[in-house]
Unconditional design. Structure first.
Lengths: 231, 404
């Protein structure tokens, strides 16, 4: 049955019967307690990504690798990050694979992609809270494309470590991305406050208390300052 | 509150001194017994004006303390129809219609929005609305993934926004069982059962020609790209394959759609709205079902064999103090509750945190069903304990350019 399902993948396209692939979905669950069976399944799935199988088939494979993928699948998934049709589904798996190799693959792809695909890779690095990506993300805060700057800011806010906070504090973003940088800075302040670093958090909140910020941002900063004061 | 109200008040205060030209104040602007003066109305817009959005829009539009000024939908027909409804109500053509919600949220004169898009958009829109300083009424189910919930709560709290979920049934349909539990009639409550489903499925419908009146890429938004098919994006209420509610990329299926109501009623009845379960026990005894246990000992079961929907197991004969049942604030059901809280800055009945906790029950059970095993959930860390695979299911990776 599993062999037939993999055969079906070779020509699987929108409109085909999903039941043909059910044995693969079943195998994802049944191999949970067998490392060797799981690795075999992973390798078979990853191999499909190297073929001329239709986009729909590769989408299905990436959905399964999201759950069973390990470092072993990373190279083939990484190869799809620059593919405009498959970059998202590659990230669909890579972002959720906890292996360090997945993070490294996303960082390595960052300078190779542009536009929408770059925004996607940036957001995956943020979702993974990839501390090693901070220097590269920080550099993007100076870009002229507001969408890239916003994505980098939100990713740094999601990572919200000391290095991310420092990068955001020193950023001079274009006007269209300023609110995203401020929002990300608030994320860092909240993280610092949660760690008991009230002085560091207060510096951020005070920096956002200026007339250039919209009223709700100033309210957020005020609320943060009160929290720093234990109120 | 946005800048609109204060700036308008400031304008009226100084108008006499600064304006020489005649200024005509309409009776509508001054208000009357049922309509608030313009300066006191909550300025609202709506995003996603389909089956649920139309109802929400009608409820807000009919309120004298709301000034409805903008609609947004990626379908031209729905957008124009909803603009026409607003314009007809106010007898003018002032309502602005948007294809892209970001343009609506960028308006500084709008105080609050209601969101009734397919579920995969909810988190992004709620968070973006909070970042724009707007209060939000968001249709249930509030989240599509576990990861989204805390981010939505945080955005609401960070910016001091009123964010209400949208299940009117929690208080209105289950009042009997709620009153029994809160009134102490059943003694200390042990458990409550919810029967709801099904889970959503992958969608592999064939490609159809994309109609010219839909922005298909924006309809898909953060979901994986897929070809257009009318049943993929239909907003009808079924979960059997001919609506977006059937499919995993857009919905959790009946498990989250009606689950938002039933689990909402259950968590309210047994008073665990502030908590999330910690033990998710998958069972195949007598059928496939799940038990979700809370740290305070309360258990919610899902589809437990032999149990009715919202059947409570109490401790008859044992005394339990009764306590007053929370109610909506203001007038006009859950919509009035939201608007009242926008004015007072209090938390609404279905505060976003309660909505998130409710749908977390659905998500946790769905993950146990998918993996066919039990899991432990750390609600503080928002992570499964010792189950890296289950943790991968806490979120679904968003298509560029969308991120949380």
């Amino acid at each position: 049955m599993l062999d037939q399902a993999f055969d079906a993948l070779k020509t699987f396209n929108w409109g085909a019967d999903l039941n043909l692939l059910a044995p693969i979905t079943d195998a994802v669950v049944s191999t949970h307690s067998s490392a060797s069976a799981r690795l075999e399944l992973e390798n078979r799935l990853a191999a499909v990504l190297k073929t001329e199988a239709p986009r729909d088939a590769k989408d299905f494979v990436c959905r399964k690798l999201m759950l069973v993928g390990t470092a072993a699948s990373v190279p083939v998934l990484a190869g799809l990050l620059t593919d405009k049709d498959l970059s998202h589904m590659s990230r669909y798996a890579l972002e959720r694979i906890p292996a360090a190799e997945a993070g490294a693959a996303l960082r390595e792809a960052l300078p190779k992609v542009s536009g929408m695909l770059k925004i996607g890779v940036i957001s995956s690095l943020g979702a993974r809270k990839d501390a090693e990506a901070v220097p590269a993300l920080a550099a993007l805060l100076a870009e002229s494309d507001a969408a890239i700057v916003k994505a980098a800011a939100y990713a740094l806010g999601a990572i919200h470590n000391d290095a991310a906070a420092k990068a955001l504090a020193g950023a001079k973003p274009i006007a269209a991305a300023k609110s995203a940088v401020s929002d990300a800075h608030l994320s860092c302040a909240e993280a610092l406050l949660a760690e008991g670093k009230k002085v560091e958090a207060l510096i951020i909140y005070k920096s956002l208390m200026n007339a250039e910020e919209p009223k709700h941002m100033q309210m957020a900063a005020t609320r943060g300052m009160l929290a720093c004061a234990g109120k | 509150m946005g800048n609109y109200r204060s700036s308008r008040r400031d304008f009226i205060k100084t108008a006499g001194a600064t304006i020489a030209a005649p200024y005509i104040i309409t009776s509508n602007a001054l208000g009357n017994d049922t309509v608030a003066p313009a300066s006191d109305r909550i300025v609202m817009g709506g995003i996603g004006i389909g089956n649920m959005g139309r109802g929400d829009q009608g409820a807000f539009l009919g309120r004298g303390d709301v000034q409805y000024v903008a609609v947004c939908d990626v379908r031209t027909g729905a957008r124009n129809e909803s603009k026409g409804k607003v314009d007809g109500h106010y007898k003018n053509t002032d309502c602005k219609a948007y294809n892209d919600f970001r343009e609506l949220l960028a308006r500084t004169d709008i105080d609050a929005v209601h969101v009734a898009t397919p579920d995969h958009w909810h988190a992004i829109m709620v968070i973006e609305a909070c970042r724009s300083g707007k209060d939000v009424y968001c249709q249930k189910p509030e989240t599509r993934t576990l990861r989204e919930g805390p981010l939505m709560i945080n955005a609401a709290r960070r910016y001091g926004r009123v964010v209400s979920g949208g299940s009117q049934r929690v208080l209105e349909d289950y009042r009997g069982i709620v009153n029994q539990c809160w009134g102490g009639e059943l003694g200390p409550v042990k458990s409550i059962n919810v029967n709801v489903g099904p889970l959503s499925q992958l969608c592999n419908l064939p490609e159809e020609a994309t109609p010219p009146d839909i922005d298909w890429d924006l309809w898909l938004g953060p979901a994986p790209w897929a070809p257009y098919n009318g049943n993929r994006c239909s907003g009808n209420f079924s979960t059997n394959g001919n609506s977006w509610r059937s499919y995993v990329d857009y919905s959790g299926g009946g498990m989250t759609d009606w689950g938002a109501h039933h689990f909402g009623g259950a968590t309210f009845a047994v008073d665990v709205r502030e908590l999330q379960p910690t033990d998710v026990v998958y069972s195949e005894e007598g059928g496939v079902w799940v038990s979700l246990k809370y740290p305070n000992g309360i258990e919610i079961t899902h589809n437990k064999p032999g149990m009715q929907n919202l059947q409570v197991v109490g401790t008859p004969g044992e005394k339990r103090e009764s306590k007053p049942v929370p109610a909506y604030k203001g007038q006009g059901g859950i919509y009035g509750d939201f608007i009242d809280c926008v004015k007072t800055r209090e938390k609404p009945f279905r505060d976003i945190e309660f909505g998130v906790n409710t749908i977390a029950v659905s998500h946790l059970a769905a993950i146990a069903y998918e993996l066919k095993r039990s899991c432990k959930w750390d609600s503080v860390k928002q992570a499964f304990v010792g189950d890296e695979e289950a943790n991968r299911l806490c979120d679904r990776v968003r298509r560029e350019p969308w991120q949380l």
